[in-house]
Design a protein around this ligand. Structure first.
Ligand SMILES: Nc1ncnc2c1ncn2[C@@H]1O[C@H](COP(=O)(O)OP(=O)(O)OP(=O)(O)O)[C@@H](O)[C@H]1O
Ligand SMILES: [Mg+2]
Length: 595
């Protein structure tokens, strides 16, 4: 009825307390003991007070007063202090768990982020991670309290009357089984709830990311209806969960009410036979609540905790996803003579282990040179460079600056390369901090030098806040070209021996693109500069050009050699020349004449 998996998850939740386990258990036991103590002291105070009145016994009345005073002290001092300590500990535990999960998420491979919706990751790191808290704070403490109270109540009842204890245990076991029956139903509903919550977050992210596109294509209603669909499904799951909880509570209430009436009736029968005094019956009926609650708690513990466990298990999924390996086993002959070279030997790669996007790539690049990678969309240019960054592990042999790729840790590889992505990413902070991201301890002068090389310094100083200007979300306050220049400045400040620009200048006009490429050519001194570009006029001065087609190097050489060959490169170059001629011819003419 109750799956083993829940116990495994619970023990893992417990293991996440790390070194604070002992302190946490102590705080739990103290908070667990305080409340039952109060209730038991009251039960005995009742018994003594009633018997004192019935038998006109002042000693019994005095005892009742002491018991009440003791329970007030526990309630006003011990319990609040223990609760406060437990609260502080739980806050620390949650804080530590968040650090562990964040740390692990950062180490996940690029492929994880490519296949998981950003909304889903956000939902896990915000809403799912919060599900640890109620388990440590409320649920565990309540369980501890009710179990301690239940056991103490049972012992106290045994002192008063063992016949009524048997009767109480029979009633209570019915409650245990009825609650346990709800466990699997509530778990399924909670799992669905967390998944649906993630879909709602994904719909939110789609609205946010696609706001401009939706407006352009007048598709806001589409996004809205997608959101409404997911949101109403979420409301549906919440309604089913509420209904199930109502059924569970009503059943608990009915059974515990019935059990109290049953114990009271049997108690009164014993009084009528002079086998028990009335004070003991009242005391037992008061304690009976503790025994019933214990069985409700144990049976319902797993049921009520299913919501939290469903969220927590989605965090365990993240923690169970293998982090990026420290190094890959890509071999090549280590050759000190090639300490100024990048060499690919017979490299093949497939994203899905089925369809190869790179086939038998052989190339070598040497310091002091600028290389260009050209080719049609999807020919594998970016993938080829991402392999060099260690984002994926290819087949074949690669060596970097004289050492086999597998002899480096991934961090060492990435320290040697600066890569300007095809889609520039800016952080929501100042221009200065965005450039400094390439070298965290860079001085302001270094930042300015890099900005000058990227041709953006003059624009930055013309802004009212200069380098302190806030760039907006992912550089929303800047033009596409300005964003690219800032990202290039960030790459240059890193001062790595290998610089890769993946269509990093595509948003610049031809003149500005040529300016930046010329500055990079000057930077090629003691470096390898690799430029991926579609505008062939801008890369024609490169020292060597590789032409990729469907995952293979089809041609290579200087611009002159490739033009002489009259092959793919020449065809692409002529096509681009014709296009630009057409555009310059067509400029200013009525559209009709051009079509
Ligand atoms: N993360 C990925 N997962 C699966 N397939 C991918 C992934 N990235 C790229 N691909 C596929 O690999 C092939 C090569 O893509 P790549 O991005 O390397 O091309 P490219 O030459 O850089 O193209 P472009 O000029 O458009 O930037 C394409 O068919 C693409 O669909
Ligand atoms: Mg690309």
């Amino acid at each position: 009825m109750i799956r083993k998996q829940y116990f495994r998850e619970l023990s893992r939740v417990y293991s996440m307390i790390y070194e604070a386990k002992f302190k946490y258990m102590i705080s739990l036991v103290i908070t667990g003991v305080a409340t039952p103590c109060i209730q038991i002291l009251f039960a005995f105070a009742f018994k003594n007070a009633i018997n004192a009145v019935q038998y006109n016994n002042s000693a019994l009345f005095g005892k009742a007063c002491y018991l009440v005073i003791a329970s007030i002290i526990i309630q006003c001092m011990v319990e609040p202090l223990a609760n406060c300590y437990n609260g502080i500990l739980v806050n620390r535990i949650i804080c530590r768990i968040k650090e562990v999960v964040f740390n692990h998420t950062e180490k996940l491979p690029i492929s994880y982020f490519e296949r998981t919706h950003s909304g889903d990751i956000m939902a896990r790191l915000t809403s799912d991670i919060e599900q640890f808290e109620p388990i440590y704070r409320g649920t565990a403490r309540n369980l501890m309290q009710t179990v301690i109270f239940g056991i103490s109540a049972l012992i106290s009842m045994l002192i008063l009357s063992y016949e009524l204890v048997i009767c109480s245990l029979v009633f209570s076991s019915v409650i245990f089984f009825s609650n346990a029956a709800f466990t699997n139903i509530l778990r399924a509903l909670s799992q669905k709830n967390q998944e649906q919550l993630s879909k709602v977050t994904q719909a939110f992210v789609n609205v946010y990311n696609g706001a401009a596109t939706a407006k352009i294509f007048a598709k806001q209603e589409n996004l809205m209806s997608q959101f409404q669909r997911e949101n109403s499904l979420l409301a549906g799951v919440a309604k089913k969960t509420a209904n199930t909880n109502v059924k569970k509570s009503s059943l608990n209430y009915a059974i515990s009410f019935g059990s109290r009436v049953g114990v009271l009736l049997i108690g009164l029968i014993l009084v009528s036979r002079n086998q028990l005094d009335i004070g003991s019956v009242i005391g037992i009926v008061t304690l009976q609540t503790g025994v019933t609650n214990m069985f409700v708690s144990i049976g319902g513990f797993l049921a009520t905790m299913q919501g939290n466990l469903a969220g927590v298990s989605r965090i365990f999924e993240i923690l169970d996803t293998k982090a990026e390996q420290e190094r890959y086993a890509i071999q090549a002959a280590s050759d000190p003579e090639k300490d100024d070279m990048i060499v690919y030997e017979n490299v093949c790669f497939s994203y899905d282990h089925e369809n190869y996007v790179l086939n038998h790539i052989n190339l070598s690049m040497k310091k002091n040179n600028v290389y260009a990678l050209v080719g049609t969309n999807g020919s594998g240019k970016s993938t080829l460079m991402k392999l060099l960054l260690g984002f994926y592990e290819p087949e074949g042999r690669v060596s970097l600056l004289g050492r086999a790729f597998g002899d480096y840790s991934l961090q060492e590889i990435r320290d040697r390369i600066t890569y300007v992505e095809q889609h520039p990413v800016l952080f929501s902070t100042s221009i200065l901090e965005n450039i400094r991201y390439g070298k965290l301890d860079a001085s302001e002068t270094e930042v300015m030098e890099a900005a000058k090389l990227a041709g953006i310094h003059e624009y930055i100083v013309s802004l009212p806040d200069g380098y302190g200007t806030f760039v907006g979300d992912n550089g929303a306050f800047l033009s596409g070209g300005q964003r690219q220049r800032i990202v290039i400045a960030r790459a240059l400040i890193k001062n790595a021996p290998v610089i890769i620009l993946d269509e990093a200048t595509s948003s610049l006009d031809t003149e500005n693109e040529l300016d930046i490429i010329k500055s990079l050519q000057q930077l090629a001194d003691n470096r390898i500069v690799i430029i991926i570009g579609h505008r062939l006029s801008s890369i024609q001065n490169s020292d060597w050009i590789y032409v990729l087609d469907r995952g293979q190097i089809k041609e290579q050489g200087t611009h002159g050699q490739l033009m002489e060959k009259q092959g793919l490169y020449c065809k692409l170059y002529r096509l681009q020349l014709t296009e630009s001629d057409t555009i310059s011819l067509g400029y200013g003419q009525p559209l009709g004449e051009l079509i």
